[in-house]
Design a protein. Structure first.
Length: 154
């Protein structure tokens, strides 16, 4: 009996933990936010290149309509007040989640909201776009990261 218990503790439980963590990563599409520079550039590319089907467009729209734009919270994340680098990045992320990873509305909205927190861990004021110089500031300084994809502010 003790050998069976020991075998369970040494083999089965670690295996179960591994399988569980793998399942969580698979369920979230495996996307983790690790590198704001590299991922912003990738998301900007997705925004330009991914074409959504009408069904995907509906998910995209509904997911983003349910989130305030962090830089101008009187607008939704779908519309924002302008196509700043921040908005284009989260639009590209959203396209990727919906078109390439098959996310539904709720998972998409949660992941985009997670991105907002990742790029500005201190939190957003909601009025960046209306303050002097806010659009040119880096994300982590409550900014839009610039207005031109070729001139990202980090």
């Amino acid at each position: 009996m003790r050998k069976t218990t020991l075998a369970l503790l040494l083999f089965v439980l670690p295996l179960a933990s591994f399988v569980s963590s793998w399942a969580v990563a698979a369920a979230t599409g495996g996307i983790e936010f690790k590198d704001v520079r590299a991922q912003t550039q990738q998301f900007l590319e997705y925004e330009k290149t991914i074409q959504l089907t009408p069904a995907q467009e509906a998910i995209y729209r509904e997911a983003l309509e349910g989130l305030p734009a962090p830089c101008c919270s009187d607008n939704t994340a779908l519309t924002c007040c302008c196509p700043c680098n921040s908005a284009r990045a989260w639009w590209g992320l959203t396209k990727h989640l919906v078109a390439n990873l098959g996310y539904d509305v709720e998972k998409t909205r949660a992941k985009v909201d997670e991105w907002f927190g990742f790029i500005n861990p201190s939190g957003w004021s909601g009025d960046t776009c209306y303050s002097s110089g806010g659009c040119a500031k880096p994300f982590h300084q409550n900014g839009c990261g610039g207005m031109n994809a070729g001139q990202l502010a980090f």
